[in-house]
Every structure is written in C-alpha cells, then in structure tokens.
Write a protein that binds this ligand. Structure first.
Ligand SMILES: C[S@@+](CC[C@H](N)C(=O)[O-])C[C@H]1O[C@@H](n2cnc3c(N)ncnc32)[C@H](O)[C@@H]1O
Length: 179
C-alpha cells in the first residue's frame, strides 16, 4: 500500500474533515459511555504519528485531548483506556513522545491510561482478543465498552467474547463507511 514514507506528512482536507467528525463524536460519546459503563477501551487501529508537519493533531492526540479537556468532569472517575496501534516504529516513537508531553502537562486522571502498540492492526488485535479469550476474561467485561476507530477488524471471530452492545466500530479511513 502506498502512503507517506516520512514520520509526519502534510495533512489533507479529507483528514481535516475526518478529525472534525472524530472530535465531535467523542465529545458526545465519552459522557454517554462513561455514564453506562465502568470501563471504556478506545482503540485507534491505524494511529499514525499523532501529528502532521504543520503541527495539526492526529487522531490519537485528538482522542486524548478531547478526553482530558472534556467539560463533563465525571468521565475522569471512570477507567478509560486508550490503545493506539501503529505498525511503523518511528511513528510509534513520535506518538509516544507527544503523549508523554501531554501526560507531563495535564494531570491524567488516575484511572486512565494509554498504550502505544507497535504492530500490524489485525495481528495485534487478534493477539489481544485471543489472549482475553484464553483467559476466559474480557477486556471490556459487563460494565465496559470497547470502541474501535480506524479499524477493519473481523468482529465475527471474536463476537462471542464481547458483551452485548460491548463493541462499536467506527471506520474513519473512508468517510462513506461508518459503523
Ligand atoms: C492515514 S495514517 C494515520 C492517520 C491517523 N489515524 C490520523 O487520523 O491522524 C495511517 C497509518 O496507519 C499505519 N498503518 C498502515 N497499515 C497498518 C496496519 N496494517 N496496521 C497498523 N498500522 C498500519 C501507517 O503506518 C500510517 O501511519
């Protein structure tokens, strides 16, 4: 698949529009989901480096900033886990650096965490979910909600381990497809 070869690149209009949708969606989604679930897992499957060459935020930073700056304070009391999957090592390192700057500047709520996982999305998510399956446990048990954005996961494979309504998908790589 062709794509930028550098760690960061110039943002395009399509991506701007996608980010606006993501920001607005999370503004609404976070309070609703934290009201009805004790634990939320947000997964960005094709995370990228977290910023563009002009300094614009990438999707992982938009998700984290929307959470940290949200006016609905109660979301800070819930366990909110961000998983960022990216296959390129240098982009993972760039994202780690941006996230660690955020962590130093803002006080992260004690229950919230983020993880940058380097690897192919399908293989990484498969490992994660298989590990959970093996342990007969759930990443997002009864009171949880798993949210995957930028993904093309084969949910059917793992549907049995996820609770009813425990998984929602938002495919942001093509604006015409949104789940
Ligand atoms: C369009 S960019 C990411 C943009 C980012 N989500 C944003 O909105 O700011 C896509 C990223 O996915 C990564 N990527 C491509 N194929 C991947 C795969 N199979 N698994 C994980 N990451 C992948 C690329 O290295 C690239 O950094």
């Amino acid at each position: 698949m062709s794509g930028p070869k550098t760690v960061t690149w110039v943002i395009d209009e399509h991506t701007h529009a996608k980010h606006e949708i993501l920001r607005k969606y999370l503004q609404g989604w976070l309070p609703i989901m934290t009201t009805y679930n004790g634990k939320i897992v947000f997964i960005d499957g094709f995370a990228g480096p977290g910023e563009y060459t002009g300094g614009e935020s990438g999707s992982p930073i938009i998700a984290i900033d929307t959470f940290l700056n949200h006016s609905y304070q109660k979301i800070r009391d819930k366990e909110v886990i961000f998983l960022f999957i990216e296959q390129d090592k240098a982009r993972c390192e760039h994202l780690e650096m941006l996230l660690s700057n955020r962590a130093q500047k803002h006080l992260f709520p004690s229950k919230s965490t983020y993880h940058v996982l380097q690897g192919n999305f399908n293989a990484t998510i498969d490992d994660l979910l298989t590990g959970i399956e093996d342990k007969q446990a759930s990443l997002a048990p009864n009171t949880s909600h798993l949210r995957i954005c930028n993904s093309s996961i084969n949910v059917a494979t793992h549907a049995q381990i996820l609770p009813n309504d425990g998984l929602s998908l938002m495919r942001l790589s093509g604006l015409s497809e949104m789940y």
